[in-house]
Design a binder for this molecule. Structure first.
Ligand SMILES: Cc1cc2nc3c(=O)[nH]c(=O)nc-3n(C[C@H](O)[C@H](O)[C@H](O)COP(=O)(O)OP(=O)(O)OC[C@H]3O[C@@H](n4cnc5c(N)ncnc54)[C@H](O)[C@@H]3O)c2cc1C
Length: 381
């Protein structure tokens, strides 16, 4: 019979409880200030560093603790519950190194993974371009081989953490004639001559974590920084980033839990008639619980490397981000006028939630992935 459940191990429970403790004691009191200030919170980076949270997605052999997707999701959920900026710091360490972990050479892993695991290096992913968002195969950045080096030229947009990072996994066309089969992946040190990080975008949420333009101009990258083979970049990205979408799903469900926590407290403190609010908080809690189960199940399938794990992760991302957007709207109905002012956190959480339906592939793209798999008979058996 198919294994449909999951049990948390003692290690996962301990890690989750540790993340919950840091979130409640250290991050929560600062989350509003972090967002108002709009600057990268280096003290949170240091706190995660001390806890070893940057190594949870990295193999032990390369300095990480390799905890698996479910443990990572539990940590991210706890942090997102109190701060949507801080959770990105942790999530980016998993996302930014995924190409190296999943497809890098031993030399690449040995050079880049240990410092990221120790929290001494920050990694970013540079895919999106002015003409290439959902359709990442349309990217125009070029990488031309000259001797044993590649010369990169092109512009990336909305690259999260690019103003604080030390390395990019970036995608460029080595053979434009071949379309997606002509896309290759590179590791680029941020201090490489020809790399310029521009000003950050003004965002409606998570304002302390910046997403910026990144320009590569005659940027010379040694051939040993090619990840996989030439022309494999798109294929590998599809495979690996298809799995990492649980990161955004965890952010989404954690945020929704934060909204629920706040609303329940608000109802108690303001002695609002629970007969009026029970149906709304019940709706919020039930949606969150459904999302969590979908998410945890998807993470288990990622760990088991099951053939439909990416479809399940897309379902979790699609559903959890919808919950994240719906739950603050329900909360706002309970809070009434208080929900409609930045004096109370629901307004901020509502803005923070929306990005979970955009980043790591929009909801429409998740639907295209799920619908495509169903029509090909690749799911439900
Ligand atoms: C806060 C933030 C951080 C980000 N960080 C990074 C980062 O670190 N690195 C990086 O590379 N990128 C990053 N991005 C970019 C992100 O990956 C893209 O925004 C995302 O892929 C969607 O692309 P787009 O915004 O260009 O929308 P578009 O692709 O222009 O889509 C616009 C609309 O059309 C819909 N649509 C497009 N194609 C289809 C289709 N085939 N079927 C159905 N509907 C479709 C979309 O769902 C969307 O609703 C970030 C974006 C944000 C907002």
């Amino acid at each position: 019979m198919e294994h449909i459940g999951y049990n948390l191990t003692q290690d996962q429970i301990s890690l989750r409880d540790r993340a919950r403790h840091i979130a409640n004691e250290y991050i929560k009191p600062r989350s509003e200030e972090i967002d108002k200030k709009g600057e990268f919170p280096w003290d949170i980076q240091n706190a995660f560093k001390e806890e070893g949270f940057f190594g949870i997605g990295i193999p032990k052999e390369y300095g990480g603790s390799e905890r698996g997707a479910l443990a990572c999701a539990l940590v991210l959920e706890e942090i997102a519950r109190v701060c949507t900026n801080s959770v990105i710091i942790c999530g980016q360490a998993i996302l930014g190194t995924k190409m190296i972990v999943g497809a890098g050479s031993h030399e690449q892993k040995s050079k880049y993974l240990p410092p990221v695991a120790r929290g001494e290096m920050i990694a970013a992913v540079a895919m999106t371009e002015p003409e290439a968002g959902s359709d990442s195969a349309a990217l125009r950045t070029r990488a031309v081989k000259k001797g044993n080096e590649y010369v990169l030229n092109g512009t990336k947009l909305w690259i999260t953490n690019s103003d604080v990072c030390d390395l990019f996994t970036a995608f460029a066309k080595t053979d434009p004639e071949k379309g997606r089969a002509g896309i290759s992946a590179f590791i680029i040190d941020r201090d490489t001559p020809g790399v310029t990080v521009g000003k950050h975008e003004d965002k409606m949420g998570s304002t302390a974590i910046h997403s910026c333009e990144v320009v590569f101009e005659d940027c010379v990258v040694p051939e040993e920084n090619l990840v996989g083979e030439e022309g494999e970049g798109f294929l590998i990205a599809g495979r690996l980033f298809g799995e990492t979408r649980y990161i955004t799903a965890s952010r989404a469900i954690g945020l929704a839990r934060g909204v629920l926590d706040y609303t329940v407290e608000f109802v108690k403190e303001n002695k609002i008639n629970s007969e009026l609010t029970n149906s709304k908080v019940a709706e919020m809690a039930t949606k969150i619980e459904a999302g969590r189960h979908l998410l945890y199940k998807a993470c288990c399938e990622v760990e088991r490397r099951s053939k439909d794990s990416r479809i399940r992760v897309s379902m979790a991302k699609y559903f959890c981000s919808s919950v994240a957007v719906e739950v603050p709207i329900i909360a706002l109905e309970i809070l009434g006028k208080h929900g409609y002012t930045p004096k109370y956190p629901i307004e901020r959480m509502m803005c923070d939630a929306k990005v979970t339906q955009i980043a790591e592939g929009t909801s429409q793209i998740q639907c295209a992935i799920i619908g495509g798999a169903l029509s090909r008979g690749e799911f439900y058996h």
